[in-house]
Ligand binder design. Sequence first.
Ligand SMILES: Cc1ncc(C[n+]2csc(CCOP(=O)(O)OP(=O)(O)O)c2C)c(N)n1
Length: 816
Amino acid sequence: MLSDVTTPQDLDDRFRETLAALPAAPRRRDPAAPVTDDAPLTGARLLDLFDAQVTSRQLDLAGRWLRSFGEGFYTIGSAGHEGNAAVAAALRPTDPALLHYRSGAFYCVRAAQAAADTAPAETPDAEPAADRQQAADREQGTDPDPATEVEPAGSAPPAGGFAPYAEAARDVLRGMVASSQEPIAGGRHKVFGRADLNVVPTTSTIASHLPRAVGMGLAVERLRRLDSAGRRTGAGVRVGDGVSPWPSDAIVVCSFGDASVNHASATAAFNTAGWYDHAGLRIPVLFVCEDNGLGISVRSPQGWVEAALRAKPGIRYVSADGADPVRTYEVAQEAVDWVRRHRRPAVLHLRTVRLMGHAGADAESAYRGPAELAEDLDRDPVVATARLLVDAGVATGEELLARYDETGWQVRRIAEEVLGEPKLASAADVVSALAPRRPVRVARAVGDAAARASGPGAAARAEAFGGKPPELAGPLTLAQSINAALADGLLDHPQMAIFGEDVAAKGGVYGVTKGLRDTFGAARVFDTLLDETSVLGLGLGAGLAGMLPVPEIQYLAYLHNAEDQLRGEAATMRFFSQGAFRNPMVVRVAGLAYQEGFGGHFHNDNSVAVLRDVPGLVIAVPARPDDAAPMLRTCLASAAVDGSVCVFLEPIALYHTRDLYAEGDGEWLAGYPEPGAWVAGHVPVGRARVYQVGSADDLTIITFGNGVRMSLRAAAVLAEEGVGTRVVDLRWLAPLPVADIIRESSSTGRVLVVDETRRSGGVGEGVIAALVDAGYVGAARRVAGVDSFVPLGPAARHVLVSTEAITDGARTLLAR
Ligand SMILES: Cc1ncc(C[n+]2csc(CCOP(=O)(O)OP(=O)(O)O)c2C)c(N)n1
């Protein structure tokens, strides 16, 4: 009997005792009839759900078993949450789902639904006799009492059992043993996910998938309304070109725990869904809060979750008890239908319990008493389903126990099979799924875009630019060049959308997106609410749905509060899905320092370490207008071709800069290349640009962003002193142009790294490390920003790199 924790043994014993003691119903019920007189589920359907719940339960027990001899690596289970089987049953297998980590039963039902949908259609003759009879009775208004019009007493309940869930069980077990054959993460994570089931893997960061879910909801609706040329069609008319992976009436479902409701990412998602709903936009998302009353050891205060969820503006609230599968199904079905019909968000508050602790190692006794644990056991949802089936006369307790045992055997058999499967065997195996790059295809995509822009798309292009394409507009600034490249991107990528705070009506704080909304319409260039987590979440969802999102983060300093959406969500999706799901995205971020007149840290943030550390992320920093356009084209192509997640970090201080050496010289302006020149001017990811000043033999300056302009000015001063310099503009901070760094450094033997980010954690550390790794033996020095936030006004100069500091640093280096 119970002591102070619920062990797998306790749970199993209790289940057996309870089922064995259930008194058989006086009569058998026809399994094809509603399980109770007004139930929306037949006995057979409920039995199916029971089998899914039992499979999930046996998977939890198997997880503990595998762990006990060191072959299992994951013990967070679904026990107590198996009511979510009924939620899955209310959805379609084509509705994309982002699932809580306690979704074993949901996953089993989803897998079986999908398999049934793809199975050959049954012939009318295959219709069970009982179904045919019942349909005939209904038609004639002679519906008999289902409990009396029955099969002979003692006949077995319908078959089914484990077989429909075997494949799902194998998936889950493969996850537990970190098998490289696991279908979504291939051994990189234990997660519920499979592309053909439309189950999108979620991370272990609670609630971080919710902003993405909202983005997916928005995208599903947008794609219904965009024709293949990217223009809006008549209201609701679907002309789509098959870009969206889901049907046009799909809804998005996302589930999470009760403690997660409080997380900033969750509140952001609820708020964004409500905000759009309030504004009249459609967000077909069903949130499912599985409330077991605990977040590891911390209790949700009594009534808090309901109060919090009911109070979300714009989100319809419904609730059900997960221990009542019939009612759960009924409520879930109503909610699903409502979301599907109205394309509006709703939340299903599903009451659950948590059995066997948070995870295998959790000693619940530290924070829960035996009475409370016993209460949870009394509300075991699988027992509750069994009781309903037995009370209704669909099966006896012994029959259900036999199914439970058979499933248990089958699950362990599969567990034994999969534990011998290969694991990921090398670092190369592990990273193969991270961010594969195919530069030749990217280059070809740029060429194709150029061919379209000068060929079939030429007329539309001329019209979009008002008859004056940017190549005829004379020299452009960095901001103007980005603006023109964005317009070309919108012309070439029908599914591209630009969004963020102030990007549409105002055209961006610095005018970079000016005019784009007017030209391309509010469906493709739109303002969002003021929440960076949601801006990125919309991008994540839109990318997954087949769009090419280009979100803008107004200032680098404000990326940091939303950074998890980039690191935890965007950058991991390919990794944890082996490329089955992708987040093509180009996040434009205005940043870096030297903005005089609008000073202080928050508009002059020079911290990029947090980005450089994200595996697989592409970071572009264009310094000059003639680099910005090709680099943006490359990022868009790379996102489209390889699903790359790109950060396009734009130096604010250079947006409107015109001159380089002297006022009025116009040397920081550049013409915009016509499409015919795009191929020749293509800039691959990870290729630097080199400026040779004087002989270029004495010194190599490696830099980027504002450092390029300052270094070129310093090089001009040094040239007057007879020093020849090569200035290397990295252009890409990730991946670093290592080959270019080494080649250009070796050719002079003296390297000055000019790093406008900080001395600690700054880009310069990476450059120096690349040189050391390559065996560079020459001299090297760094000029970098001080480890400080950037202060207001002229004081900023004390902490930032200056042209003078570069010149001084170069002289010191040359004097060695
Ligand atoms: C952002 C984040 N913080 C902390 C954790 C560690 N953690 C994992 S599960 C969990 C509790 C979640 O509780 P709840 O949302 O109620 O889900 P439950 O486990 O009860 O089903 C915590 C704190 C995490 N995964 N993510």
